[in-house]
Ligand binder design. Structure first.
Ligand code: BGC
Length: 722
């Protein structure tokens, strides 16, 4: 049991950034089996006899460490040698104490481990972390998630001194690996290496991503490779990374003599471009010197969309890359600047799409369990998990209800829904207890608001302003959003209680009261988002009028969207569910700013944070808040799967047990095809136009209901053409 080992601490390393190496030399015979269980207060890389153990990058991952600290178990049988062996564990502050979580940088680097050797004669030997271990400084002389790494390949491990054994160290928070492991995934080669107008040497890998470069050079001892990272070039074609804010994102490698291959160890970068700031004089920069390695959580791909429109295909690819780049152990807002945190609102907006694209069940379960423990500590869920805060915000904190429910709908696991139920209810109670008014969410000591974050509906909003201004909060009323989400949360809890066979009368009643109060307080809707939410959350008494108003607002805006993070996932659904399918397609296919295809036309390879991260003049949004890799607006993909291709499930179904295929073709797209790998097999829905006639090709892994142009068919598993 790893819990019986001692946490051991490296001496004399109080500031984060320095990376100690823990060392244990032991002699043994070749075992039949060898298993290492290990974790660290930081991010670790463990090596046995100089070979890296396992392929989990950024282990042990990011959790609410106080309550849940994952350890990993590796089979190291083949790595243990007959005779002397050396186990070395390098640790950086990572998510435990790096700048991402701590301004002060205080850190006490610790690890805990247990190596169990089993021999042919049935005997076992256990090597635990204890005071016989040593620690010293190694070649990784600086590492931080925001600021990057400095690695000196000319140095070995030096200054070894005995570690301190922490006798009162806490081990009851140790849990086995729960989430998906983070792995190296796709590899990109440079698409061009060029000199910018400013005279800087820059490599373009053609894809914005999260990961790191891998280099292969032959150089002389002491020569330096120094790199900077960027997502975009500015309008003059120069390297631009002011938008990383305080994140230094450096990589500096000091070469040893000869041929060497290297890459960062305990950090990651969000980038498409690399600027070469220093390169060994004796080395030759070749096309294969650099590779770019995408690094993110291992997730099985489950969904795909291919259409006849190359711009829509690019949009879909950007959505996938937005997900890959922001699913690195936790769902993050962005992977590059000094944030990279588990923002609850962003995940709430995107989780449905995420579950179509990839199997994200294990990934979200781990994160939701962190949310659950954090919610118990504060009595509510705030803006970021891990790292909860006591405030609550509409559309952000509501992740406590929306994400578990969406995971239930996507994967159909009642047991996990039941595990999450207390948290879901306690969110409603937190609002109820905090709100200064009855049956609505308004006032209250805990209340904070982001509004319809980054909506474009406040004319004249200043893109250079501070991030609390109208350019960030949009025009939808804060108390409207609060009341709407409060009602929506309750309606979900009503359904969850029902599914779990529990009494839901109290919440049915509460919903009716909150809805009635909402209708009293908000007889009019001022923005696209307000209309969309009133329709989607079943709050408007007059849906027909509300959808008319929504359509009118869209037309007045030149047939363009003006919603932010909060309204965007709902607007196309609100239209298509209420008789305005063609207008939903108009928004999807719109190319003028603001629109999804506007950024595609400007060469985006991931989803931008702002509709106009780059404006029509080629100018950037203020570097104070401008990411080119935020997945929130990628939430449109759930409409593409569910409405355009029509892959959905019955209202009373979860885990796609009762498949319903209801495609919605539009002549402006010649063909549209989506596939989704349900747990019962792959479903495919395609439509295309043959002159004016629409042809449907449907492949069903199970019996399903198929609704085509209003006609219903109950079909058996199989392939169909209509
Ligand atoms: C993040 C967002 C987040 C927001 C809260 C930002 O700094 O990048 O994506 O949801 O703050 O409004």
């Amino acid at each position: 049991m790893i819990k019986d080992s001692l946490w051991i601490r490296a001496k004399n390393i109080e500031k984060s950034g320095r990376c100690p190496v823990f060392v244990k030399v032991f002699t043994t015979e070749k075992p039949l089996k060898a298993t290492l269980s290990i974790t660290a207060k930081g991010v670790y890389v463990a090596c046995l006899n100089s070979e890296r153990i396992g392929d989990f990058i950024m282990a042990p991952g990011f959790t609410e460490y106080k309550y849940r600290h994952q350890y990993q178990v590796y089979d190291v049988t083949d790595m243990v040698e007959d005779g002397e062996n050396k186990l070395e564990v390098t640790v950086s502050a990572g998510w435990y104490a790096g700048r991402i979580v701590s301004r002060k940088g205080d850190w006490t680097p610790e690890i805990i481990a247990e190596l169990v050797l089993t021999f042919a004669d049935g005997k076992t030997e256990i090597i635990k972390t204890d005071e016989s271990w040593m620690s010293g400084e190694g070649p990784l002389i600086f590492s931080d998630i925001y600021d990057g790494e400095i690695y000196d390949a000319t140095r070995g491990v030096s200054g070894l001194t005995p570690v301190i054994g922490i006798c009162d160290g806490k081990t009851d928070n140790l849990i086995p690996q729960e989430g998906e492991i983070v792995k190296e995934q796709e590899i990109f080669k440079p698409v061009s290496i060029f000199t910018t107008p400013k005279g800087e040497k820059v490599i373009d890998f053609g894809q914005n991503l999260v990961g790191y470069p891998k280099l292969t050079v032959t150089a002389k001892k002491g020569e330096v490779v120094s790199l900077s990272f960027a997502e975009v070039l500015d309008k003059d074609g120069n390297f631009y990374n002011e938008n990383y804010r305080s994140a230094k994102c450096q990589y500096r490698y000091i070469c040893k003599d000869g041929y060497q291959t290297f890459k960062p160890k305990c950090t990651f970068y969000g980038y498409r471009y690399i600027r070469i700031d220093e390169f060994p004089e004796s080395a030759v920069l070749k096309d294969d010197t650099f590779e770019s390695v995408a690094v993110y959580s291992k997730m099985k791909r489950t969904g795909n969309i291919v259409t006849s429109n190359p711009k829509l295909n690019r949009l879909f690819s950007n959505i996938l890359w937005g997900q890959r780049s922001n699913f690195l152990d936790i769902p993050t807002d962005c992977p590059q600047r000094d944030e990279r945190r588990g923002w609850t609102g962003d995940a709430q907006v995107f989780c449905k799409t995420a579950g179509y694209n990839f199997d994200v069940y294990k990934f979200f379960k781990k994160w939701l369990r962190d949310m659950d423990v954090a919610s118990r500590e504060f009595g509510s869920v705030g803006f970021m998990i891990p790292g909860n805060n006591p405030e609550i915000a509409a559309a952000w904190s509501d992740a406590a209800v929306i994400v578990p429910w969406q995971m239930y709908l996507t994967y159909g696991d009642k047991e996990f829904l039941s595990e999450m139920l207390d948290m879901m209810i306690s969110h409603i109670e937190a609002i109820k207890n905090d709100s200064e008014y009855e049956n609505t969410w308004r006032g209250g000591k805990k209340l904070y608001q982001f509004g319809d974050w980054l909506a474009t509906d406040t004319p004249g909003a200043d893109r250079e302003a501070d991030f609390t201004g109208p350019a960030y909060n949009g025009a939808s009323r804060f108390d409207f959003l609060q009341a709407a989400f409060y009602a929506y949360d309750i309606s979900i809890v009503v359904k969850a209680l029902d599914v779990l066979g529990k009494d839901n009368r109290e919440y049915i009643e509460l919903f009716e009261k909150v809805k009635a109060q909402f209708q009293k307080d908000f007889p009019e809707y001022y923005t696209q988002t307000e209309c969309a939410l009133a329709l989607r959350f079943d709050l408007t008494p007059l849906p027909e009028e509300t959808v008319k108003l929504l359509a009118q607002k869209i037309h007045e805006n030149g047939d363009r969207i003006s919603t932010g993070f909060v309204g965007t996932p709902h607007i196309l659904h609100a239209l298509s569910e209420n008789g305005e399918l063609a207008l939903a397609y108009t928004l999807l296919l719109q190319e003028k700013y603001p629109s999804w295809l506007y950024q595609v036309n400007l060469g985006a390879t991931t989803m931008w944070e702002h509709w106009d991260s780059i404006d029509e003049n080629g100018d950037m949004w203020s570097p104070k808040m401008n990411s080119f890799n935020h997945y929130a607006y990628g939430a449109v993909a759930d409409w593409m799967y569910e409405v355009a291709a029509g892959i959905k499930q019955a209202d009373d179904s979860a885990g796609f047990e009762k498949l319903v295929i209801k495609p919605h073709p539009d002549k402006r797209i010649e063909s549209f095809e989506a596939t989704y790998d349900t747990k019962n097999g792959v479903v495919c829905s395609k439509w295309y136009y043959d002159d004016d006639k629409v042809i449907y090709k449907i492949s069903l892994p199970t019996d399903a209901k198929v609704i085509l142009d209003g006609k219903e068919y109950n079909l058996k598993k199989g392939e169909y053409v209509f």
